[in-house]
Ligand binder design. Sequence first.
Ligand code: NAP
Length: 252
Amino acid sequence: MANPFSLEGKVALVTGANTGLGQAIAVGLAEVGADIVAAGRSAPDETAELVARTGRKLHAVKADFSSTGPIAGVVEEAFAKAGQVDILINNAGIIRRADTLDFTEEDWDAVMDTNLKSVFFLTQAVARKWVAASRGGKVVNIVSMLSFQGGIRVPSYTASKSGLAGLTKLMACEWASKGINVNAIAPGYFATNNTAALQADEERNAAILARIPAGRWGEPSDLAGAAVFLSSRAADYMHGSIVNVDGGWLAR
Ligand code: NAP
């Protein structure tokens, strides 16, 4: 029987693939056969090297998702460079930390625009292509523990990731009949740039570790398996699911 997790012949568009979770996902998808389009604002040189070692191709597309303006061009370039796109991984995201009493409109807008508004319109643009070509596809949104919990000092991040969890389900409902699967991965606490401030704060670091049953921070490569699964034929009947990869954080 053919391997249901194989992505041979598929192309995955991964946003923010130059570092952190996006890099690990891009490499994980390439390891099971996918070519990668890396869309982001920093050059994905290191990721390109890691993908090349798997024997797959990486096409880089310059993209700043802090506004929706570039999205149409990014999607055209991605499809033109790779010939097609079968999988969209909405990974690029930012976080701003400040007490809620002091939180600024700038920090609200910056996070909501990148993490929610651009993700919505990028996904819409890719799905329009798939529907126009009468073909399906797979969308995987990277959400968060703060899609389920409140968190502290990150109001726009919590709003954006709770919003994206909702949109995951809405898009799944509208597009399931068109052969488009929309699901999400909720990472727990992973050691990346995004969490550098928490890792450096002795008290928060200890409190976080004490609550993780696995007893350690996640490594970016811990996320790749779930991304492969949700991008593959094995997940054809999954629509609107959120897969927690959190070392047991939410089970606690
Ligand atoms: P990261 O190392 O900070 O990576 C974030 C990625 O998003 C980078 O590639 C970054 O590009 C890109 N990005 C940010 N703003 C962008 C913009 N305006 N246009 C294009 N690309 C942009 O953090 P990470 O932990 O890997 O985060 C990846 C995703 O996982 C995010 O959505 C984050 O919210 C989510 N997440 C992370 C954790 C965790 O514990 N680390 C937990 C839950 C969810 P640059 O390198 O150019 O800045």
